[in-house]
Structure formats: structure tokens, C-alpha cells
Design a binder for this molecule. Structure first.
Ligand code: ISL
Ligand code: CA
Length: 555
């Protein structure tokens, strides 16, 4: 029996502020823009808003490079506007979690400017400085995710500093108790304002292997598994929980990039007081080989859902198919052709909102937004693309191949402006142009046309959120895959105390004659995504149309 808590019963919506709504015409989203759309979020029915970094930043990695944790990014507005947004959210009964990015800061942060200035500066060991092996050779072979070495040479102090990500994102030294105290003060500042918790950026990376040895050659393309296995991670998280989190009613979710299953269980076991939940990467990155997207099968995807649900009653899963780092789900897991885009987007809505675990939606997912049709490498904004181009081309891949794969994997697909209506810039900005181009399909795919069509993707999400909110058995019920081997149909049950739900999804372009391995004759159809679904079923033998999604409920 799961302990009942608000964050297990919530549906979360992620906003990437830069691309959500621009209120002052500079082509960049801002807090006033978010405030102007809170009624829309309330109508959708979400319970928690996860805001991607809103802190002062030079935007080398679009806010994931923080320069001042106690101030709002100038492009986004003021602290007053943050406070107003928080008040309006509370009035709408929506909680707010913010993005805690404390594995690294911006190199423009005061601490780093001090640290860099001299060896005996009190802030020197706020960061990780090492001598090279010899002139011009970094301390070890650790790679950065954004291309090149994870070590940047500093001529003035004659040492290298560590950065797992961009060179303008130096890693904090969590071995230093002063650094940990600084982080806890930052967390208290925002919690005391009334924020309800944190999404924690690459949190497993904060503990570094102190021997700083080379990593094996075959790990160079996937260093995250080594970076996430530092010796003191659980000690740091327990301390953070003891010092800060335990004193507030918070929701915490760690981005568990690179962790193994058992580490996940240690981080989220509610008997251990570390974090509440984590984002696992298996489903979100299925078939991914860095910038390449390889084929995958539905049984492989289903097996990943099984792992998440088998961890017993002391762990609570998360579910997401979209975020600011991944391509659009209807383009990746569905079929974004005009014929099947809406039907498959609704199927993915049903999968997300009837699975076990807290569901996380991402801006634009609720109206079936698709990947962007990039036609050249210089259209990408993402530091992850720009930083890796040399390495990719040196590896022998052609620019055409890189572009073709990025059209399936780039983070920029999720960062194009939210599409509100048919007006210029899709109503995202009244200015000349937006910081990143608007998807040319905005006249077909936008909020306004979704709101005006009762059969739209938006209304399907809204109905499912409503169904989920009113069914504790759908939230807490046991998950069971009734046909793990089927290559086209995903069929599972959620069995609660009072009711059992049966969900059947045809994740293919073809009609499937399907033998249902479950007695559901006296169940009632709660919702389907196509009009031809029969209300009553008398046999176990049904026909599922391409991308048809159904949920039945026991009497
Ligand atoms: O997989 C990745 C690395 O190749 C990226 O998607 C991403 O860097 C990784 O998932 C970690 O993401 C988080 O930390 C990054 C930031 O760029 C991402 O936006 C953030 O979600 C560094 O802060
Ligand atoms: Ca703006």
C-alpha cells in the first residue's frame, strides 16, 4: 500500500520560460508571459508547474549556467514578477517547483570569478582545479558532454578547471562543506518564498571520484555512467534532506542522468530520506546513441515500463515523454504525419496519464506539437550541437548525416516557441522575430484551434487529467502488462482497491485484430481517441484501428 502524498497524485507541466510566451516583444519568453497564461494552465487541469531555470544567467546553456541564484534573469523580468507569478499560481491552486542547477554554475558567477583570480583566494576550492599531466595535457581523459575535454586551461593560475558540460559551466566542488552550505542557503531562500520543491539538474554528478583517474576508452561516449557513480552522492543527498528538505513540505525530483537501477532505488527509497522521485532516461532515450536515433521495438519499450513498476512500494516512478532536452513525443513515439498526428498524440496522452507514477507534461505536448524541420546545421541554437560538430565531423559522419540524425534527436525541437494561435510568430511574440524560429506548422497546430475543437489533442489531455484526478485506483493501482510480447499493441491493467482499468493502445500504422488476454466484458468504455470505438464489447476478439487508444473501467 503506497503512502498517499500530494506529489504522487499530481500532474506536472514543465515550462521552458524562454519559449513559452513573450510579453514585451523582444522575442524571448518571460515571467509576465507566463502570468498571462495561468488561466490556460488551470483550465488544462495541471497541479504542479516545473519552471526551467529562471535565475540570472548569460544563457550559454539557456539558463542552465547560473550567474546569480538570488536574482531573476533580466530577459525574464524581475523578482517582483516572480513573486506575482507565485501568488497567481497559488490562487489557482497550482504548486511550483523550480530547477536546482547546483552541479555547476556559470563561469560568470561571483564565486568562480573569485576562485579563478588566485590560488589562495578563499573561493579557490569552490571549484575543481588540477594541474595538467604536463604542459598542454589535461589532468585526465574525462570528456565534456558539449564537446572536447572536461578540463579548461586557465593561463593566469596555470591550472585546469573541471566542467562536465560547457566551458562556461564550471563544476562546483561538493567536497567543500562551504559549497554545500551555500547550496542549502539558496534552497532555503526560495522555499521561504513559498516555492514547493525542486527538479534537480544532473544531481547524481555532484560527487566526483577523488582519484581523478582516466575513464576506460569505451566509456568516452557515455561518461555519464561513471560521472553518476561518485562515492558520496547518497551522503550529500541525506545531508541536503536533513539540513533543508525535511523542514518543508516539498516535492523533489532528481534528473538521474547516468544512474543504474539500484542507485535509483537508493535515491528514492522513502525510508532513506534522500529524494522523492527521479527521472530515468531509459524510456526517454530509447534507441539513442548520443546524437543518433537507432530503431527500437515496442516490447523493448514495454520492458522499461515494467522495470519502473516492479520496484515495490517504497519507490514512486515518474513518467515523461517530452522535456526541453528531448525531441517531441508525437514525432518520436507516435506518427506526426497529417493522417495520424492527432490520433497518435492522444494515444501518447493516454499512455502518459494512465501509467504508474507522477506524469510530467512539457509545454506544447498537450496540443500535439511536432519536431521542427531543420534544413541546415547553422539553424541550431543548442550548445550541445555546436560544441560537438567538430568531433562528429572528425568521426567521419557527413554534415548531411549529422543533420538527418539531429532532425530526430536535437534538443532544439522542444525549444521552438509555444504555438498559441495563427497570428505572426504563432502569437508567441508581438515582436519582429523570436529567439528561435517558430515551427512553420503553427497555423495548423496551435492552442486556439485546439481550444475551439472539442475533439482536439488539448481536450483529450484535459479529459484524461480529469479522469486521473478522480480515480485514486488509477493513480495507486498495481500496473500489469497483459501482453508484453506483442509488437504493435500495448495493453495493461491498473488494479486498485475498488476499480480495475484496462488500457489498450495500438502503437502502429496498421489495423490490428487483437485477442484480448483479459476478461473485461462487463467493463465500461471510459474514453477512446477515435469515434468508431464500440461502447460495448461482447467478445475478447477486437479490432484496433491505427493508433487507437481505449481505456475501460470495471463496474
Ligand atoms: O543527454 C544529454 C547530454 O548528452 C543532454 O540531454 C543533457 O545534457 C543531459 O540530459 C543533462 O541535462 C541537464 O543538464 C544540462 C543541461 O544542458 C540540460 O538542459 C539539463 O536538463 C547541463 O545543465
Ligand atoms: Ca520577452
Amino acid at each position: 500500500e503506497f503512502a498517499k502524498t500530494w506529489w504522487k497524485e499530481s500532474v506536472v507541466y514543465q515550462i521552458y520560460p524562454r519559449s513559452f510566451q513573450d510579453s514585451n516583444g523582444d522575442g524571448i519568453g518571460d515571467l509576465q508571459g507566463i502570468i498571462s497564461k495561468l488561466d490556460y494552465l488551470a483550465f488544462l487541469g495541471i497541479d504542479v508547474l516545473w519552471l526551467s531555470p529562471h535565475f540570472d544567467s548569460p544563457n550559454d546553456d539557456n539558463g542552465y549556467d547560473i550567474r546569480d541564484y538570488y536574482n531573476v534573469m533580466e530577459e525574464f523580468g524581475t523578482m517582483k514578477e516572480f513573486d506575482l507569478m507565485l501568488k497567481r499560481l497559488q490562487k489557482n491552486g497550482i504548486k511550483l517547483i523550480i530547477d536546482l542547477v547546483v552541479n555547476h554554475t556559470s563561469d560568470e558567477h561571483r564565486w568562480f570569478r573569485e576562485s579563478k583570480s588566485s590560488h589562495d583566494n578563499p573561493y579557490r576550492d569552490y571549484y575543481i582545479w588540477k594541474e595538467g599531466v604536463e604542459k598542454g595535457r589535461p589532468p585526465n581523459n574525462w570528456p565534456s558532454f558539449f564537446g572536447g575535454s572536461a578540463w579548461e586551461w586557465d593561463e593566469a593560475s596555470g591550472e585546469y578547471y573541471l566542467h562536465y558540460f560547457g566551458k562556461k559551466q564550471p563544476d562546483l566542488n561538493w567536497e567543500n562543506p562551504k559549497v554545500r552550505e551555500e547550496v542549502y542557503d539558496i534552497m532555503r531562500f526560495w522555499l521561504d518564498k513559498g516555492v514547493d520543491g525542486f527538479r534537480m539538474d544532473v544531481i547524481p554528478f555532484i560527487s566526483k571520484h577523488q582519484d581523478f583517474l582516466d575513464i576506460p576508452e569505451d566509456s568516452l561516449n557515455h561518461p555519464e555512467f561513471i560521472y553518476a557513480s561518485g562515492p558520496r552522492l547518497h551522503e550529500f543527498l541525506e545531508e541536503m534532506n536533513r539540513e533543508v528538505l525535511s523542514k518543508y513540505d516539498t516535492m523533489t525530483v532528481g534528473e538521474a542522468f547516468g544512474v543504474t537501477e539500484e542507485c535509483t532505488q537508493l535515491m528514492t527509497d522513502e525510508r532513506r530520506n534522500e529524494l522523492d522521485m527521479v527521472f530515468l532516461f531509459d524510456i526517454g532515450r530509447i534507441g539513442r546513441e548520443n546524437w543518433r536515433q537507432n530503431e527500437w521495438t515496442l516490447p523493448q519499450l514495454k520492458a522499461m515500463f515494467n522495470i519502473q513498476s516492479e520496484v515495490g512500494n517504497f519507490h514512486w516512478p515518474t513518467q515523461f515523454f517530452n522535456n526541453h532536452d528531448n525531441p517531441r513525443s508525437v514525432s518520436k513515439y507516435g506518427n506526426d504525419s497529417p493522417k495520424y498526428r492527432e490520433t497518435s498524440a492522444k494515444l501518447l496522452a493516454m499512455l502518459l496519464l494512465t501509467q504508474k507514477g507522477t506524469p510530467f507534461l512539457y509545454q506544447g505536448e498537450e496540443i500535439g506539437m511536432t519536431n521542427y524541420p531543420f534544413t541546415s546545421l547553422d539553424q541550431f541554437d543548442d550548445i550541445e550541437v555546436k560544441g560537438n560538430i567538430d568531433k562528429v565531423l572528425k568521426s567521419g559522419a557527413s554534415p548531411e548525416e549529422f543533420l538527418q540524425e539531429l532532425n530526430k534527436t536535437s534538443r532544439d525541437h522542444a525549444r521552438t516557441p509555444m504555438q498559441w494561435n495563427k497570428k505572426p510568430n504563432a502569437g508567441f511574440s508581438g515582436g519582429e522575430k523570436s529567439w528561435l524560429s517558430v515551427n512553420p506548422n503553427f497555423e495548423i497546430i496551435n492552442v486556439e484551434s485546439n481550444l475551439n475543437n472539442p475533439k482536439s489533442v488539448f481536450h483529450f489531455y484535459r479529459q484524461l487529467i480529469e479522469i486521473r484526478r478522480n480515480s485514486t485506483d488509477l493513480i495507486y493501482g498495481d500496473y500489469f502488462d497483459i501482453d508484453p510480447g506483442h509488437t504493435k499493441v500495448f495493453a495493461y491493467t491498473r488494479a486498485g482497491i475498488r476499480f480495475t482499468y484496462l488500457i489498450m493502445l495500438n502503437m502502429s500504422d496498421s489495423m490490428v485484430k487483437y485477442q484480448v488476454r483479459f476478461e473485461f466484458q462487463d467493463y465500461e468504455l471510459l474514453l477512446s481517441n477515435i469515434p468508431t470505438t464500440p461502447n460495448k464489447i461482447s467478445t475478447n476478439y477486437i479490432e484496433l484501428q491505427p493508433w487507437e487508444a481505449r481505456i475501460y473501467k470495471s463496474k
